[in-house]
Every structure is written in structure tokens, then in C-alpha cells.
Write a protein that binds this ligand. Structure first.
Ligand SMILES: C[S@@+](CC[C@H](N)C(=O)[O-])C[C@H]1O[C@@H](n2cnc3c(N)ncnc32)[C@H](O)[C@@H]1O
Length: 234
């Protein structure tokens, strides 16, 4: 009998923000995929989920390069999918743990189509997103009544953030470290410089809450930071 492939969201950092379903799937895994970006850094998702991994679970490092070359990316997803398929065909349950929720900018979802094509059974287990944790930490709603919200992964060119800020009530900005100075200038231009909150490493013991626009503009922002901007104010 073939095994099953699990994509498991482990939440934003606090081990108590992992679901019971995620824990049970991690405990059942015969093989745990340990994704890395090929830069020698340990996966944060693994740090969060590690406490639940049995000693008998085989840990398999797997590199997903952080590059924009589509050919290189496709090749790495396909090669990694072939490796996963081998374990599945041996009857092993394979777990791929991912930070936050697997549906939000997660590497897991890039390999899913390759495995669907091979007829492999897949189960995705949702997790608490980083932006849910940011809103909860501040006791803030993400949206109320008929309000809209947009999620923007910040890029060097802040056009997507500008469009979102002009057209939606609440804007979640992920990956703000890509252009935090430019974003701060945009917030000042739009009169939103006191209507944002940024939390770095939310729900961990290194959590840092920023409301000061000068910090966003002038200081180095950690990659693990998320911003919520509320046009009606915070
Ligand atoms: C590759 S995405 C992963 C998103 C994740 N799947 C989720 O559901 O939140 C990485 C981005 O998620 C956000 N992020 C992840 N963990 C975070 C944390 N503990 N605190 C603040 N932001 C976090 C940051 O915006 C970071 O740049």
C-alpha cells in the first residue's frame, strides 16, 4: 500500500499555536522533509514542529533554492517530487511542515501539482497564519462589517502596496524587509504613518512590536515581520 503526503502548517512560532491535527500528522510521519534554501540556515518551521517528531522518523533534507529562475525552480520542484514519490511508493507517510499556513506563500504548494499528477494522496493541514497572529496579538480585527482586506508580498517596487492601500480598507504586508524604507515613505505620503503595526517574530520570545514610522523607515527590518495597515486607524 502506498503512503500519503501531508503538508502541515505549524503556525507562526508559538508551539501552542499548532493544531492537534498537525501534531497527530507529525507524530505519524515515517519521513519528515526538512526543507532548506541551500544557504545553510535551519528551517524555522522545523524548529517549531521538532518537539513532536519521533526519534524513529527519518529526516530528509531537501533544498528549495530561493531564486527567480523559473527553469531552476521547476527542476528543483520536480526532482524533489520524484524523491517524495519514492518514499510514498515504499508505503511511507511523508510530512512536509511549513511555517504558518501551507496556503500562504509556502514551498509545499509548489510541489503539490507534481504529486497530484503522479496520483499520490495528499492531505493539507491548515495552520495559523502570521497575519492572524499579528492581529490577535494586538487584539485587532483584520476586517469588520463590509470592510475588505488585501495581502501584499512586498517587492522592491512598491506599486502593489500602493494599489492595495488606495483600494482596500485593511492591508496586510508580508516580507516588508524587501523595501521597508520605500513602504514607510508610501505610508507617510498616504497619511497612514500612524495607522500601521509591524510585528517581527510574532508569538515567539523574540517578538517585537513597532508602531514608529521612523523605525520602519530607518532600521533594518527582520524578514520574519508582518505589517497590518488599517485605513480607519489602529
Ligand atoms: C514565505 S512567507 C510564509 C508565510 C506563512 N506561510 C504564513 O502563513 O504566515 C514568509 C513571510 O511570512 C511572514 N511571517 C512568517 N512568520 C512570521 C512571524 N513569526 N512573525 C511575523 N511574520 C512572519 C513574514 O511576512 C515573512 O516574510
Amino acid at each position: 500500500m502506498k503512503g500519503k503526503f501531508y503538508g502541515i502548517g505549524v503556525g507562526p512560532g508559538d508551539p501552542e499555536l499548532i493544531t492537534l491535527k498537525a501534531i497527530s500528522a507529525i507524530e505519524k510521519a515515517d519521513v519528515l522533509i526538512c526543507p532548506d534554501a541551500g544557504n545553510g540556515k535551519k528551517s524555522i518551521a522545523l524548529e517549531i514542529g521538532e518537539a513532536y517528531v519521533k526519534d524513529s522518523t527519518e529526516r530528509v533534507p531537501m533544498t528549495f533554492p530561493m531564486v527567480y529562475d523559473e527553469h531552476v525552480l521547476n527542476k528543483s520542484w520536480e526532482d524533489n517530487a520524484v524523491q517524495i514519490e519514492t518514499f510514498i511508493n515504499q508505503g511511507k507517510n511523508v510530512a512536509f511542515i511549513t511555517l504558518g499556513d501551507p496556503g500562504v506563500y509556502s514551498t509545499f504548494m509548489y510541489i503539490v501539482p507534481f504529486l497530484v499528477e503522479k496520483g499520490i494522496e495528499i492531505e493539507t493541514i491548515p495552520g495559523v497564519t502570521s497575519f492572524s497572529a499579528v492581529a490577535s496579538t494586538m487584539n485587532l480585527p483584520i476586517c469588520l462589517w463590509e470592510e475588505t482586506f488585501t495581502v501584499v508580498p512586498l517587492q522592491k517596487d512598491v506599486t502593489s502596496a500602493r494599489i492595495a492601500l488606495e483600494n482596500t480598507d485593511n492591508v496586510i504586508i508580508m516580507k516588508p524587509s524587501h523595501a521597508n524604507k520605500e513602504l514607510a515613505e508610501l505610508l507617510i505620503e498616504k497619511g497612514l504613518d500612524d495607522k500601521f503595526v509591524m510585528i517581527s517574530k510574532v508569538s515567539t520570545d523574540r517578538q517585537n512590536i513597532v508602531r514608529d514610522i521612523n523605525v520602519l523607515k530607518d532600521e533594518k527590518v527582520p524578514y520574519m515581520s508582518t505589517i497590518i495597515v488599517k485605513r480607519k486607524g489602529i
